[in-house]
Design a protein around this ligand. Sequence first.
Ligand code: IPM
Ligand code: MG
Length: 360
Amino acid sequence: MKIAVLPGDGIGPEIVAQAVKVLEALRGDGLKIEMEYAHLGGAGYDAAGDPFPPATEKLALAADAVLLGAVGGYQYDTLPRPMRPEQGLLRIRKGLGLFANLRPALVYPELVHASSLKPELVSGLDIMILRELTGDIYFGQPRGIRTMDNGERQGFDTMLYSESEIRRVAHVGFQIALKRAGKNGQGKLCSVDKANVLDTSMFWREIVTEVAKEYPAVALSHMYVDNAAMQLVRAPKQFDVILTGNIFGDILSDEASMLTGSIGMLPSASLDAHNKGLYEPCHGSAPDIAGKDIANPLATILSVAMMMRYTFARVDIAQRIETAVRKTLQQGLRTADIAEAGMQKIGCAAMGDAVVKALS
Ligand code: IPM
Ligand code: MG
């Protein structure tokens, strides 16, 4: 298992260090794991003047999987856009062809009360958001700021999806729905768009409907994105797999993450067509708490579990990591972000140690 490790910025290095502890423990158990480090985001800019330096690209291309912390920091906010940390993230996604972004929103029984919604609305919640990650208005050309004939300036972007882009991510969505179909055998996939207004969405809906014919065991529904945003806070448990484009997925996945009350718990996977993947927590670099040993490393550790499941097809190890995380929660161990009033809080490194201990 060749893993490129990109700690990134802010709390990135400290949370990644905990995930690396887990990988090292697994290596101690005989897994053949190779790890090599490189810079991404602000760290790339500082080290090489580029948020996605060539050395990082080379390492990431050669690896089977990439483990990423997070990117971004106040000190980079005034840089010209190509130099900003976020560009490093967008370029690595595009450069590695990571079009399928899996963002689970899972409520842990121990953390039900962390949600801002009533416990009965979220208890047992288990949604998988599949966000298309390398197309849409994020990457569509032309874009820019231009001056019109009348002298007025105008900002513009292009929302764009080609048939093959929609088709390949739809297949991933239906396959995930099939895999998740429980004992009742019915997988559910809700495709989210804005087909009542956007041509891109009308086309999206047409192609997804076509692909659905190959998956008769999956129940396909369609929903407009504004309604989906509302339904997610009204009755989130109606959803199983949500399939959507890049920009809608960006927004809905942030919303869904908060249903769980603990964005510090949520991992993500971004996959190419051959299960090569980049794994990162859903949360950001949290520069305000960087270096204080109070960040929650569980999302990053759970991202390693996703890596084992999707890139290395080692469901057994994925489950072992997930079980260890559950155990630490059951032991009452909490970082500050998920601690209820009166609970004792532990730091980032102590949480990493606790998970490693619970692995055995
Ligand atoms: C995310 C982030 C990124 C995105 C930013 C940092 C470019 O919000 O991963 O959701 O918009 O995709
Ligand atoms: Mg986002």
